[in-house]
Design a protein around this ligand. Structure first.
Ligand code: UDP
Length: 240
């Protein structure tokens, strides 16, 4: 049964930074609860929601590589494990308010979560369960934004909704220039040529090659997550 909304199946990307909020702890439970409530509301409307979580609130490989002899791959595996912590936290929060949720990891941790199996993920979504993809792509040197683009393409989701701490993409850095303008729409070309820090090149290129639109929006505004999922206008739309 198709929902009457713009998207039938979405890939929501939640960065680690967004989960941390302004807490001194790594995760702000008010934020995970807000995400859970808004996702609950849209799954009741029949929209299928898959989530990719980041891990930057706990560990970011690139900023640790090199220190104390830590090679990049080891650092990145620690980063991927950080995303699993966030995924389990978010799953527990979702289930505490009655949303059936499955975590699938890109590398096996079968006591903790299911392994990533594409067909199984799709089946969960069709049954109205939320699927959280953890451990990124499973490969060092990649990001969870790339994992979001990749999983989106794999499960035939229609859009990547990138939840951040800013209202969208600006023409200049809003922290440095108070005249910076929030952009309504952008092409992939503009993102890559102007080097706008929306997503890393691998992620944005993967979206472009597969015609996956990306919406960048602020998750701290109440109602924004469900608005974005329902296809209402929020933040910046990147496409064509
Ligand atoms: N990571 C990785 N491969 C992936 C995804 C993530 O190696 O496919 C590692 C990388 O070290 C990264 C960390 O996991 O810094 C956390 O992910 P990311 O920085 O993308 O999280 P976010 O910025 O969304 O919080």
């Amino acid at each position: 049964s198709r929902s009457s909304y713009k998207w039938q199946r979405v890939l929501l990307k939640v960065s680690g930074e967004a989960l941390a909020g302004d807490q001194t702890q790594n995760i702000d439970p008010k934020i995970t609860m807000a995400i859970a409530r808004e996702v609950a509301a849209v799954t009741r409307l029949g929209i299928e929601v898959a989530i990719v979580v980041g891990g930057g609130n706990i560990f970011r490989g690139s900023s640790w590589a090199g220190s104390s002899g830590l090679d990049r791959s080891s650092a990145d595996y620690i980063g991927m494990l950080a995303t699993v912590m966030n995924a389990i936290f978010l799953q527990a929060t979702m289930e505490s308010i009655g949303i059936p949720t499955r975590v699938q990891t890109a590398f096996r941790m079968s006591e903790v979560a299911e392994p990533y199996i594409r067909r199984r993920a799709v089946r969960h979504l069709e049954k109205g369960r939320v699927v959280i993809f953890a451990a990124g792509t499973g490969n060092p040197f990649f990001t969870t934004d790339t994992a979001a683009a990749l999983r989106c393409a794999e499960i035939n989701a229609e859009v990547v909704l990138k939840a951040t701490n800013v209202d969208g993409v600006y023409d200049e850095d809003p922290r440095r220039n108070s005249n910076a303008r929030l952009l309504d729409t952008l092409t992939y070309q503009e993102v890559t040529s102007k080097e706008l820090s929306v997503m890393d090149m691998t992620a944005i290129t993967l979206c472009q090659e597969n015609n996956i639109p990306v919406v960048v929006f602020n998750l701290n505004k109440p109602g924004n997550i469900s608005r974005a999922i329902k296809g209402e206008k929020v933040g910046t739309l990147i496409g064509g």
